[in-house]
Design a protein around this ligand. Structure first.
Ligand code: PLP
Length: 386
């Protein structure tokens, strides 16, 4: 065990178990550990480092903003805050308003409070869901192991099987405040719902005057080759939550209320000291600007397809799920932990999301050489793990 790993054990609360590595630096999609060993970061800080590590546009934007105006309280506005809110509304493609936060959990917490302002309390969430770890976000998160130690959680939540429109229709009533759905379930291992599910959810919500809230914390901001994963469904949700890739590694999230939902939170209803921080907003604007100028949505689509085809070309892989650079590899046997360990030894960071599913969420700037390196190593990684 390295010196830093043992100091971590003594000084950092043990919420994650022992760290796999101590990482020292990064460049593009590559990181180096404290022994100087290089890895291709196919997890991207779990769908966060959209521009990879040390991207000049991000470094320059953050540096310039910190030198200009580092923080203002909520009593004041700042240019990056307003520009980011406007930009997010343009990307979402509907009129609305934005509440800026510091994380995905906080974006969801804001959305949860927003739904309460409908005067209703009942929520319908999905089995397999992950929405965060604060008490409110946890109340919407299905995983029993995360929930059980903290019960009672805020109540009145019904869980239905992900993608089951019939079960959803049966669970939603005129007392339902909102339906909350991830367009692709990330933490569950990149699970994609049947085509038409989001449109069904929109219709069911409308039938009962409930809000449709899409959690795009993991799927949003270009990850799937589109700004938002739900776009092909053709629907407009009432609430969209964002974080992760939004700041490219700088902590920031957003709760976007659309239409009438934009005005449900009123003065005094919610707040945060750091939400809308100008440096974080400047980081997000730099990420969005770079995705636009470098055509990274297209790149995510093309590179994602290449990866998917290559990863699927092994008999031990049952299916490859996801879109763009949010990729799930379904294994024929529950060997995901061994696959992730073998990948790490071979110099690739991947995530064993479930016993049978490997998740990849690399930077959108992944190079062709990075792709070739993983696909060349892939059969050997699987061989070692099986
Ligand atoms: N929602 C989804 C869909 C997520 O995947 C996550 C994190 O994995 C969260 C919310 C929580 O975000 P954060 O960890 O930034 O609080």
């Amino acid at each position: 065990m390295s010196d830093l790993t043992s100091r971590y054990g003594s000084a950092v609360m043990n919420t994650f178990g022992p760290p796999k590595l101590v990482l020292e630096r990064g460049r593009g999609a590559h990181v180096w550990d404290e022994d100087g060993k290089e890895y291709v970061d196919y997890l991207g800080g779990i769908a966060v480092n959209a521009l990879g590590h040390g991207h000049p546009a991000l470094v320059e934007a953050v540096t310039a903003q910190l030198q200009t105006l580092g923080h203002v309280s909520n009593f004041f506005a700042s240019r990056p805050q307003v520009e980011l809110a406007e930009k997010l509304l343009t990307l979402v493609g509907a009129p609305g308003k934005v509440f800026l936060t510091n994380s995905g959990t906080e974006a969801n917490e804001a959305a949860l409070k927003l739904t309460r302002r409908t005067g209703r309390t009942h929520l319908v969430a999905m089995e397999g869901s992950f929405h965060g770890r604060s008490m409110g976000a946890l109340a919407l998160t299905a995983k029993e192991a995360y929930r059980a130690p903290f019960e009672p959680l805020p109540g009145d939540v019904t869980f239905v099987p992900y993608g089951d429109a019939g079960a959803l229709a049966a669970a939603v009533s005129d007392r339902t405040a909102a339906i909350v759905i991830e367009p692709i379930q990330g933490e569950a291992g990149v699970v994609v719902p049947p085509a038409g599910f989001l449109a069904d959810a929109r219709r069911i919500a409308d039938e009962h005057g409930a809000l449709l809230w899409l959690d795009e914390v993991q799927t949003g901001m270009g990850r799937t080759g589109r700004w938002l994963a739900h776009t092909p469904s053709g629907i407009t949700p009432d609430v969209v939550t964002l974080a992760k890739g939004l700041g490219g590694g700088f902590p920031i999230g957003a709760c976007v209320g659309l239409g009438a939902a934009a005005d449900l939170l009123q003065p005094g209803n919610h707040g945060t000291t750091f939400g809308g921080n100008p440096v974080a907003c400047a980081a997000a604007l730099a990420v969005i600007g770079t995705i636009e100028t470098d055509d990274l949505l297209h790149r995510a689509t093309v590179v994602g397809e290449k990866l998917r085809d290559g990863l699927a070309a092994d008999a031990r892989v049952v299916e490859v799920t996801g879109e763009g650079l949010l990729i799930g590899v379904v294994l024929s046997e529950p060997r995901a932990e061994a696959v992730a360990a073998a990948a790490l030894r071979a110099g690739f960071i991947v995530n064993n999301a479930t016993p049978t599913r490997i998740r990849l969420a690399p930077p959108l700037v992944l190079t062709d050489d990075d792709v070739a390196a993983l696909l060349t190593a892939w059969p050997g990684i699987l061989e070692e793990a099986y």
